[in-house]
Design a protein around this ligand. Structure first.
Ligand code: SAH
Ligand code: SF4
Length: 353
């Protein structure tokens, strides 16, 4: 058996093969999948409903596939009540963050894809930690389960509607497990999240964007830009040297054409670094002619980076400039800021003690 295999990380068809190999009739995949992915029994396998005794016995036996076994370590609600941030510990002790955001009818889970990140963006708390390892599909699915369970407990009748891969790590640098996890979370026999309601955020890992353009499901693509020239972007995002802007924009245009989809661009606004009218003009120029939408995110200050967010009037002026150039945008509300909800910040705070 694949040692990384966990119950949460088994797609419906993978579960059928596992059952068959274990000598259990694969027709039992239906109730088992439902127990894991709908009832969200987690480690309480004996509470699963609808299982026949032999299947129940197999599930609880040592021969069965283990659960991801993730544990809640820390939880931080925000003052406005719209965000809850969870620090979750994996079986091997690695810790990652997941965030629940939103309000009734529009709840979103922000999931991590890696423990740390290899991309080293200078302003990012996760980048400042370095890379430890990839998360498995099961560990990503289990994060969504944690958020959904909390939602069911605190907001009866509500459910998760959106998933954003905007937590710790670069999801396209961990492509297959991320696709497996999203395949499970969008399965209509499970949580049944609509693929269009799944956003994958990338720093501009071009091989991954190209792979995603050819992936059968149509997820939403978000690309973190933050600079409109190689020189400026390269200072914030080291991997820009390997995958420069011209190639990145070409890959985005290709994605948009193949998927017939709008591409979302994130622009983290840093005072005096990328927040001038000139930056706004050059950003609009860069994305000209593309079906694009920009999310403006005022910087969350981190320990390891000497940068600040612009004041609100500068943010508005920047938005006005790109709007005048015909580029639609949204200013992302900094809901998370009082819960250290910039990616990686809760964990960084703990590590600092
Ligand atoms: N690795 C992926 C997804 C995780 S980061 C990516 O980089 O896109 C999710 C978003 O948070 C990215 O747009 C990233 O640039 C942004 N981000 C990271 N640190 C931040 C900070 N300190 N303040 C504001 N935005 C930040
Ligand atoms: Fe990694 Fe994204 Fe942070 Fe860059 S911004 S270090 S890619 S998590």
């Amino acid at each position: 058996m694949n040692t990384q295999q966990t119950l949460e990380g088994l797609s419906y068809s993978a579960l059928e093969s596992v059952l068959e190999t274990a000598g259990v009739n694969p027709v039992h995949a239906k109730p088992v999948f439902s127990a894991v992915q709908r009832q969200l029994v987690g480690d309480d396998l004996d509470t699963a409903e609808g299982l026949l005794p032999p299947v129940q016995r197999w599930l609880s036996s040592e021969r069965a596939v283990p659960t991801a076994g993730i544990q809640l370590v820390d939880e931080t609600p925000s003052a406005d009540g719209f965000t809850r941030k969870y620090l979750l510990r994996m079986e091997d002790g690695a810790e990652v963050e997941s965030v629940q955001m939103g309000f009734p009818g529009r709840f979103t889970a922000c999931l991590s894809s890696q423990v740390g990140c290899a991309m080293g963006c200078v302003f990012c708390a996760t980048g400042q930690m370095g890379f430890s390892r990839n998360l498995t599909a099961g560990e990503m699915v289990a994060q969504a389960h944690h958020v959904e369970r909390e939602l069911r407990r605190t907001n009866p009748g509500e459910r998760l509607r959106n998933i954003v891969m905007m937590g710790m790590g670069e999801p396209l640098h961990n492509f297959e497990p991320t696709m497996e996890a999203l395949g499970i979370l969008t399965d209509n026999r499970g949580l049944n999240i609509g693929p269009a309601r799944v956003a994958i955020s990338t720093v501009g890992y071009i091989p991954g964007i190209q792979q995603l353009a050819r992936h059968p499901k149509r997820y939403s693509l978000a690309v973190s830009l933050h600079g409109a020239s190689d020189e400026e972007r390269g200072k914030l995002i080291p991997i820009n040297k390997r995958w420069p802007l011209s190639e990145l924009i070409e890959a985005c245009r290709e994605y948009s054409a193949i998927k017939r989809a709008r591409v979302f661009f994130a622009w983290t606004l840093i005072r005096g670094v990328n927040d001038s009218d000139d930056h706004a003009r050059r950003l609009a120029e860069l994305l000209k002619g593309m079906d694009a939408h920009v999310n403006l995110i005022p910087l969350n200050a981190t320990e390891g980076f000497d940068g600040q967010a612009p004041d609100e009037s500068r943010v508005r002026a920047f938005q006005q400039m790109i709007q005048d150039a015909g580029l639609p945008s949204t200013v992302r509300q900094r809901r998370g800021i009082d819960v250290n909800a910039g990616c990686g910040q809760l964990k960084a705070k703990r590590v600092r003690g």
